[in-house]
Design a protein around this ligand. Structure first.
Ligand code: TEU
Length: 584
């Protein structure tokens, strides 16, 4: 595990401001709303809050399109509010990290307004402009064939100067030109601005796409049916990435601040260790996408691909091992604002299984080595949106763009094509995790007294914080116990060695955490709705007794002394049952 650090031991709670708590009845969450819920966070036992963007923004992509990095989006509050939040969190011993979205800005940012105004404007070179290409018939085309991550071309034509600008995401999110040193130093100034206010670090949005292949060459054709091609080979982990990361790190180090970089499109440990290896002085850790892409096809995230526990175990084993040997550090997560709800996705949200399934996933995740990230509502076992909701309830630009494309294609293909795509959207849309937080059983789940910006999940009477807080059997109480256990045994759970035991049953995961002096733990998870009998191997039999049972998601583990027909001691797991054994 390397040298100890506060950020390695931390449990981080991600707040999605629009959907956390609305203090003024306008239907949108806000910063004063977060302030009123600090007790809730303290009670849960998290150490750090990561706040998704609250900056001034036209909200084309829920604040990931920033028009002023030094102002707060008015409906979310004021600079004074964020300063109050920082102070109140710090007073309660909780750190705050902000979202840094600097691969692109909003097209409404003053920099871009200047940039687009003329070719000779001093800000022209702050974004990535190129002249059109013309074919033999004189038709205008984008400068290259890159596809935008949110659909269509990655280039937008701008008539003002008869050129195109690059946008890897929405057209309203033009990419900043990191080849321009003025851009880099402007970003550094933004860091200092927030660090001076006392923030403890940043989650860096798509930070590995800031350096593109010089010359911006065409991407190879991998999607025959499309004019535009996935081009991550030309923008992910580009040639100057590490130089830029070191530049950011130098500033963070002056404040003892922390960084977690979001790094899609890359899953080679070598590439990632270059960004997170301690000696490299770049990022502290990254979010990598292996788990959340395990059930999607490479060309379309909405295509549902079956996954197995073996896939999941292979991914976890890969990262637990390579980070330990390479002096890197893991960021552990199963959910965030871009992903569907984990209980629906990786276990079961059926009423008879949901509570145990959510606790089992929590067990599986929270006791791995790494910094733990929990997304708001995950601690309650919040589930995906109901299957019978109409598409009009989906607010995410990615979902809307995709379903518009699908509707077009369906005209030539078939209604079945459309239905199939819709099923993928229900399973994978980012909207699934963006519905308002469910606080209690009052109107709108207590989220807002007004008209919520997004519909509240119908299940709030059954799943809400208030009914879980004082309930010893709740998912929330279970998370509290897990976080406490992790904190009490940092040597084992955060810094200790990790290994999977080989287990016959394809739905059972058993991993061991160990530390030469601090102790040894077994973490066992039944990932299925069926009972599993597991004959305890000789070398861990001493661990698997009642006296060592640290936590079981059913409360008590019923069957620790059971014998199989041959008289061998076995554990009989109930559906989605999980257990943690620990011995000094
Ligand atoms: O996400 C970047 C990213 O590549 C994915 O998580 C992406 O949202 C997903 O693959 C789409 O299916 C970050 C933010 O987390 C996301 O909310 C923003 O929309 C995006 O950057 C642009 O800023």
């Amino acid at each position: 595990g390397g040298i100890r650090a506060w950020w390695k031991e931390a449990s981080v709670y991600q707040i999605y401001p629009a959907s956390f708590y609305d203090s003024d009845g306008d239907g949108l969450g806000d910063i004063p709303g977060i302030i009123t819920k600090v007790d809730y966070l303290k009670n849960l036992g998290v150490d750090v809050v990561w706040l998704s963007p609250v900056y001034e923004s036209p909200q084309k992509d829920m604040g990931y399109d920033i028009s002023d990095y030094r102002q707060i989006h008015k409906p979310y509050g004021t600079i004074q509010d964020i300063e109050d939040l920082i102070e109140i969190l710090h007073h309660r011993g909780i750190k705050l990290i902000m979202d840094l979205v600097v691969n692109h800005s909003s097209d409404q940012h003053a920099w871009f307004k200047e940039s687009r105004s003329s070719k000779s404007n001093p800000f022209r070179d702050w974004y990535i402009w190129r002249p059109p290409k013309y074919d033999a018939n004189g038709n205008r085309h984008p400068p290259n064939n890159w596809a935008s991550i949110f659909g269509g071309s990655a280039w937008e034509y701008d008539a003002v100067t008869d050129e195109y600008y690059l946008h890897l995401f929405c057209a309203e999110q033009p990419d900043l030109n990191w080849e321009n040193p003025k851009v880099v130093s402007a970003v550094h100034d933004i860091l200092r601005f927030w660090l001076d206010k006392g923030v403890d670090g940043f989650r860096m949005d798509v930070i590995n796409v800031v350096s593109k292949t010089p010359g911006l060459p065409d991407a190879p054709i991998t999607v025959e049916s499309s004019k535009y091609q996935p081009a991550m080979m030309h923008y992910a982990n580009g040639p100057r990435l590490h130089e830029h990361l070191r530049g950011l790190r130098a500033i963070l180090d002056q404040y003892d601040a922390f960084s977690v970089g979001e790094m899609p499109f890359v899953s080679d440990p070598e590439d990632i260790l270059q960004a997170v290896g301690a000696s490299r002085k770049e990022l502290n850790m990254i979010f990598q996408f292996d788990i959340v892409e395990m059930d999607s096809s490479a060309s379309n995230k909405f295509t549902i691909v079956p996954w197995s526990l073996q896939n999941l175990r292979d991914i976890v084993a890969k990262w637990q091992t390579c980070m330990a040997t390479g002096d890197g550090w893991n960021a552990l997560f199963l959910e965030n604002h871009d992903q569907p709800r984990s209980v629906s996705r990786f276990a079961s949200d059926r009423p008879e299984f949901r509570i145990h399934a959510a606790k089992m996933l929590a067990t599986f995740l929270a006791l791995q080595s790494g910094t733990l990230f929990i997304y708001q509502g995950q601690e309650l076992g919040m589930a995906n949106l109901p299957k019978d909701w109409g598409l009009e309830e989906f607010k995410d630009v990615e979902t809307i763009n995709y379903m518009n494309e699908v509707a077009e294609i369906s005209k030539v293909k078939s209604p079945a094509f459309y239905d199939n795509a819709l099923e993928g959207v229900r399973a994978k849309a980012r909207d699934n995790s963006r519905s308002p937080f469910q606080w209690d059983t009052t109107t709108n789940a207590g989220f807002s007294t007004g008209n919520p910006w997004m519909r509240v999940n119908d299940d709030y009477l059954y799943c809400n914080a208030q009914s879980q807080i004082d309930n010893s059997e709740s998912v929330l109480t279970f998370w509290r116990k897990l976080l406490r256990l992790r904190r009490q045994m940092l040597d084992v759970f955060v810094y200790g060695d990790f290994k999977f035991l080989s287990v016959e049953d394809e739905n059972l995961s058993v991993y061991e955490r160990s530390h030469p002096f601090a102790g040894r733990a077994l973490v066992l998870c039944n990932f299925s709705q069926h009972p599993i009998n597991w004959i305890i191997p000789d070398d861990v039999r001493f661990l698997c007794g009642h006296e060592n049972l640290a936590l079981c998601n059913y409360g008590t583990a019923a069957s620790l002394e059971s014998l199989d027909p041959d008289g061998k001691r076995e554990i009989r797991f109930r559906p989605y049952e999980s257990m943690i054994f620990f011995a000094k």
